[in-house]
Write a protein that binds this ligand. Structure first.
Ligand SMILES: Cc1ncc(COP(=O)(O)O)c(C=O)c1O
Length: 345
């Protein structure tokens, strides 16, 4: 991804909520990432404590206590903040002006996911007000085009990403025209990270690309060879030839269901690697439920055998498991704890 970012001339700010692990973040920086993206202030705190100094919190900040923490953190590292309301921006401005500084602020834009962010048509007028606030330094605009995950056809998904990137570039042009330039134009989500980086976009923030997962495989965004995360699970029960249980339930694999999963489709909760025909169709807290859908006589599993599961949502797995084994060329290179694992505040 860092090679692609360099080729496209954009800065890579990987979203480290995916792994919440200092060592992986360092690998990302070492391979060319310019800084790190976080969702929460407590994640920012953990990564700043871990020595990282270039961060973007791509999540709206609001509330007095959080703003006080942001004032403190921005004195220790270069941390951009995100707003999408005048209420939050005014409170932020007041707190920073009080200490004689300005908060570096990105404005969130809703380009179709309908989560946070201003409607694009409201952006120019909002920025005119934003730049009047004494404690704010307007740095740019960002969007999270998460709606691309709902588009199954790769060509249609690429077209959506182009619309997003072009819309952000167009907004930046309008902002420059009115004299309130957006120096940074930031997009980001893994399946379309490079496709949304249209001319005018300056920064991308993919997160799950660092490992990819069954969601990306199912979308056809990547092949299995790019999916780097596995949950190792043991077969603990095989009560019938066509049924078995593994010791990885929702407390290991997360509760996410494969996106676009439809009744009757396999792999609702993850893909059992190298065991075609065995479908991980249900999870309870501690159990993964396997059923045989391969036709003919089921391939037997051995009690005690280790299976590799490609999870549905890699970010949830890191958060739940709290540590990971890093393997390179079949060699163990690290056993790393996700130090920012409990940082969701
Ligand atoms: C604001 C923001 N930026 C970037 C990302 C990274 O997206 P992905 O996990 O698709 O790489 C996310 C993911 O939720 C996000 O919310």
């Amino acid at each position: 991804m860092s090679g692609e970012a360099a080729r496209l001339g954009v800065d890579l700010y990987p979203h480290v909520k995916t792994h919440r692990t200092m060592e992986y973040a360092q690998l990302q920086i070492d391979s060319g990432a310019r800084g790190l993206t976080v969702a929460k202030l407590s994640e920012a705190e953990a990564f700043i404590d871990g020595g990282f100094r270039e961060l973007l919190m791509a999540y709206p900040i609001a509330g007095e206590a959080k703003i006080r923490r942001a004032v403190d953190l921005t004195s220790r590292a270069h941390l951009r903040l995100t707003v999408d309301s005048l209420e939050a921006a005014s409170a932020l401005s007041g707190a920073f002006a009080e200490v004689g500084r300005r908060a570096e602020v990105m404005l969130a834009v809703d380009t179709g996911s309908h989560r946070e962010g201003l409607a694009p048509t409201d952006v120019p007028a909002f920025v005119r007000q934003l730049v009047m606030l004494p404690g704010i330094e307007f740095r740019g605009i960002l969007t999270h085009e998460g709606h691309v995950y709902t588009v199954e056809d790769p060509a249609a998904r690429e077209a959506v990403a182009h619309v997003v990137g072009d819309l952000m570039a167009q907004l930046a042009a309008e902002l420059a025209e009115q004299g309130t330039p957006a120096e940074i134009v930031s997009t980001g989500t893994s399946p379309t990270a490079t496709q949304a980086a249209r001319p005018g976009v300056t920064e991308i923030r993919p997160g799950s690309y660092a490992f990819y997962d069954a969601t990306h495989l199912r979308l056809g965004a990547v092949g299995i060879e790019r999916c780097a995360v596995r949950v190792l699970a043991t077969v603990v029960s095989h009560p019938a030839p066509d049924r078995a249980l593994i010791d990885a339930g929702s407390k290991a694999l997360g509760a996410d269901v494969l996106r676009n999963w439809r009744d009757g489709d396999p792999w609702r909760h993850g893909i059992v690697i190298g065991r075609p025909g065995w479908d991980l169709y249900q999870l309870s807290e501690e159990h993964g439920w396997l059923r045989w859908i391969g036709g003919g006589t089921p391939t037997p599993l051995a009690i005690g055998e280790t299976l590799q599961v490609l999870p549905v949502h890699v970010c949830a797995v890191f958060h739940i498991m709290g540590s990971s084994y890093a393997v390179e060329d079949a060699r163990l290179v690290g056993h790393w704890s996700s130090q920012a694992r409990d940082r969701s505040q």
